[in-house]
Design a protein around this ligand. Structure first.
Ligand code: CTP
Length: 447
């Protein structure tokens, strides 16, 4: 019996796949199809896959061409499989010509002609094309544009920025440099807003009223009531309104959150997050600072994320201390917020005029998670125990600081008309409420 094996993702199964499977089957008597696991695809940079592993396996099964289906989970598995299943022929589409010649030490390698004119990538792009307009001036606009190229089914329709100093060449080459937000909304299905937080409320509202989906750099508003109003408006309009905090979508952060929640360090008793950066104020030395984000708006949402995602939003006590200096137009240069929960404590320190070690420490009754600076875009963390020999180290890819995964999540939310975001609504609300307190409460201690 001649045994043949082939591998693929088989997302949105199309006739190119079916013809490939038919040709592979015709090479022998028994066909094994390896379907790639989600994590394996992600690790090799294939991030746009739309169907789950189970759906993709079912689609391959339904062709009736596979005698056996296996899952491909790790690099080097092909050699293992060829030996384990006694494979005679490894077959794959000609787009991989030459790539698998190393398998010739183990079996025959056949490259089969690829069917022209169809691919999962094309199908994904056709099934959705969301035109996103960019609003704002920060460097994040540039990053968002650059990362959008990794995502199928997005075009950037243009931009609207009051101050155009920090925009990259790629942005200024976009089809439209809108004179006002309305002009941008005319050619967009959705907008990414990263203007100064004082403009968020009116811009988000304007976009929602015109039925456009919105992803807005947190904080979405400066007042809790405004957040409630906009959330209700989004629902009424059938639009997605999503917070942009890229860290929530970075692989290392989302994995450490799951590990902390699954009890790896025992019961969590303290969460301490620090985020600081000096570059922005240094660049603007001597210039007008009215369009500059203060420390709390710039870093607060990111630093508060692990606190609220791990300990919840029902703290019983809070204190806020902020450091100001006269020369910086009322910007807080450094702010520390401390929380007391019934059985835990937390603190965040954020600064644009003070530098500190940007680490995240989650302390538990059996150990702690240590994420080195800059923790908000880390690809690495450690779980540390009393006995250092028990320490565990974790490495993950951090492609695009999480931004491309955030865009995918936004598109999926739009396509399915439901929130598939990694930031729970109560966490978004609590973040806004902290910014509101910081901006408006007399209880903030100023030093
Ligand atoms: N294949 C093919 N003809 C096509 C598309 C795919 O013969 N038009 C083959 C590939 O060469 C591979 C197998 O089908 O051997 C599975 O490929 P997969 O990567 O799942 O499909 P693509 O459509 O190429 O997916 P993507 O666009 O995501 O790369």
């Amino acid at each position: 019996m001649v045994k043949v094996i082939t591998y693929g993702t088989y997302d949105l199964l199309h006739y190119g796949h079916i013809r490939l499977l038919e040709r592979a089957k015709a090479l022998g008597d028994y066909l094994i199809v390896g379907v790639t696991a989600d994590a394996f695809d992600q690790a090799r940079g294939k991030i746009n896959v739309q169907q789950s592993l189970v759906e993709r396996i079912e689609a391959v099964r339904a062709t009736g061409l596979a005698d056996e289906i296996i899952v491909e989970e790790y690099d080097g598995q092909k050699i293992d499989d060829i030996r384990r299943y006694g494979i005679d022929i490894f077959a794959i589409g000609s787009d991989w010509e030459g790539h698998f010649d190393y398998l010739r030490d183990y079996c025959r390698v056949v490259y089969l002609p690829r069917t022209e004119g169809v691919s999962s990538t094309d199908l994904r792009t056709q099934s959705r094309n969301v035109r996103i307009g960019l609003v704002g001036e920060l460097n994040m606009v540039n990053k968002f544009e650059a990362e959008s190229h990794f995502v199928n089914g997005v075009t950037i329709s243009g931009f609207y920025a009051e101050e155009q100093t920090f925009l990259s060449e790629a942005i200024t080459r976009l089809p439209l440099n809108a004179k006002n937000l309305d002009e941008l909304l005319d050619v967009s299905d959705a907008v990414y807003i990263v203007s100064h937080p004082a403009h968020h409320y009116s811009q988000v509202r304007q976009a929602l009223l015109r039925g456009k989906h919105v992803i807005c750099e947190a904080p979405t508003t400066l007042l809790s009531e405004q957040w409630d109003e906009l959330t209700a408006l989004a629902q009424q309009q059938g639009c997605i309104l999503m917070d942009s905090v890229k860290t929530a979508y970075s692989l290392a952060y989302s994995r450490l959150l799951l590990m902390a929640k699954s009890g790896k360090i025992g019961r969590i008793v303290s969460v301490d997050a620090v985020c600081t950066s000096l570059t922005d104020l240094a660049l603007k030395r001597g210039k007008d600072l009215s369009n500059t984000w203060n420390s709390m708006c710039q870093w607060g949402p990111t630093a508060l994320l692990p606190v609220f995602q791990l300990l919840g939003t029902d703290f019983v006590q809070k204190s806020v201390v902020s450091h100001y200096s006269d020369e910086h137009d009322g910007l807080d240069l450094f702010t520390k917020v401390s929380f007391v929960y019934p059985h835990a404590v937390a603190s965040i320190k954020v600064g644009k005029g003070v530098k500190s070690e940007g680490e995240l420490i989650i302390s538990g009754t059996e150990g702690y998670i240590y994420v080195p600076a800059p923790w908000w875009k880390t690809s690495y963390f450690e779980i540390r125990f009393e006995n250092p020999a028990d320490n565990l180290r974790y490495f993950y890819q951090n492609d695009g600081e999480g931004i491309r995964y955030m865009i995918i999540s936004f598109l999926q939310s739009i396509a399915r008309n439901e929130h598939l975001t990694y930031i729970q609504p109560e966490v978004s609300r609590a973040i806004v409420s902290e910014i509101d307190y910081f901006t408006h409460s007399d209880n903030v201690v100023k030093i």
